[in-house]
Design a protein around this ligand. Structure first.
Ligand code: GLU
Length: 418
């Protein structure tokens, strides 16, 4: 197997799509449409910095497919954001929404910036000006952003306010992942992690793994990773290693997560947590464990390291952590990979609930949100599992066969305009 560590996320996304399209025997015209994004907008915009200087930033909003509904997907602020990455993330959103049977297409956005190097005021001005630049294509009926890496409910509040100031009235449904005070949904903040843990529970039952006492490793201790760690430890599992962008920590006896959270809040990172030994972001993936949760960025599990991974379940809380070559290696080794477009779909699912609540001006109890999320995640997990069994494939191909077919069906019945 050739190793391709530097393969771009977009190359991976197209390769995954091609595998599914050929297995489905997809119509060549439909496949050609779905291989590329429908629209991509790149913007360069100025931001007044605190020292009085002006800096120009680059950002993107990509709409991959609108066949099943408005584009949906997050906005990422990261120094490595580029158009190829945003294209990949937008394609993955199309499949994710289709796996969950949400009435959305796929979209994604990002700004190339390390937000940790900006003041709060600079971050607000950057967010508001970026929102203004992409306002020509976003809207509650056309394209609905949400949080992603390094963005949060405050970012969404600024985006919602900016969009609303432009149109002259308050439009809560233009973004999801908002603060509760602005029409956000209860349960949205935890939703990605909660959905992932529902999937892990269902997967564990399939392989007779008792989560009580099971060992868990989490790469990426952000919104999804840290909450997934907490939720799975509440089920009796033992989290033995976690990492963030500064590095990782491990303790085979199990980490005290409340203390890790307090340490991260104080120092900005999990690194140097008392009673732990350091581990790198690469080495953390190779720690033997029952459940490995990649919850950071793309391209982490490749042909180079997949053979060294010793786990029973890989639960992809991140988008795109595993390359197609690594998928085959893990499948042969018997590890069950719960693919990103299923595993982390809890976030967009509760985003959908938030949008529905906003459009109806009617808000639900947290228990109701969580119960509806559980029902959708469990149903999607089993649909994917059964498809994979039928096709004798890994779950990723199962998820792609289901979702690509759903998007293709929508396009086919809509027909080509004019
Ligand atoms: N950024 C999240 C994702 O990758 C959530 C997207 C959304 O809620 O629209 O799925």
């Amino acid at each position: 197997m050739s190793s391709a560590p530097q393969k771009s996320a977009w190359a991976v996304a197209q390769q995954q799509f091609d595998l599914a399209a050929s297995r489905l025997g997809l119509d060549a015209g439909i496949a050609a449409v779905l291989r590329e994004p429908r629209r991509q907008l790149t913007v360069h915009f100025p931001v007044r910095m605190d020292d009085g200087s002006t800096r120009v930033f680059e950002g993107h909003r990509v709409q991959h497919n609108l066949g099943r509904g408005p584009a949906k997907g997050g906005i990422r602020f990261h120094q490595d954001v580029n158009i190829e990455e945003v294209k990949a993330l937008s394609m993955w959103m199309s499949w994710k929404c289709a796996v969950m049977d949400l009435p959305y297409g796929g979209g994604k956005g990002g700004v190339t910036v390390d937000p940790k190097k900006l003041s709060l005021g600079e971050l607000e001005r950057l967010t508001r000006r970026f929102t203004t630049e992409i306002a020509v294509i976003i809207g509650p009926e056309s394209d609905i952003p949400a949080p992603d890496v390094n963005t949060n409910s405050q970012t969404m509040a600024w985006m919602m306010d900016t969009y609303s100031m432009h149109v002259g009235y308050t439009v809560p449904g233009v973004v999801t992942g908002k603060p509760i005070a602005l029409g956000g949904s209860l349960g949205r903040n935890e939703a990605t992690a909660r959905g992932a843990v529902f999937c892990i529970r269902e997967a564990a039952a399939k392989i007779n793994l008792n989560l009580k006492g099971a060992t868990v490793v989490v790469q990426g201790y952000g919104n999804a990773g840290s909450i997934a760690a907490r939720l799975i430890s509440e089920m009796g599992a033992k989290v033995i290693a976690v990492s963030d962008s500064s590095g990782g920590i491990q303790n085979p006896a199990g980490l005290d997560l409340a203390a890790v959270d307090a340490h991260k809040k104080k120092t900005g990172s999990v690194v140097a947590f008392a009673g732990s030994t350091p581990v790198s972001n690469q080495a953390i993936l190779e720690i033997p464990c029952d459940v490995l949760i990649p919850a950071a960025l793309e391209n982490q599990i490749t042909a180079d390291n997949a053979g060294k991974i010793k786990t029973k379940i890989v639960a992809e809380a991140a988008n795109g952590p595993t390359t197609p070559e690594a998928d085959e290696i893990l499948f042969k080794s018997g590890a069950m990979v719960i693919p990103d477009i299923l595993c982390n779909a809890g976030g967009v699912t509760v985003s959908y609930f938030e949008w529905v609540q906003d459009l109806n001006r009617d808000f639900w109890e947290e228990d109701e949100v969580n119960a509806r999320l559980e029902k959708k995640m469990v149903r999607a997990f089993h649909e994917v599992y059964e498809m994979a069994q039928k096709e004798k494939s890994h779950l990723r191909l199962g998820a792609y066969l289901l979702s690509v077919q759903r998007v293709a069906d929508a396009m086919k019945v809509r027909g080509i305009y004019p």
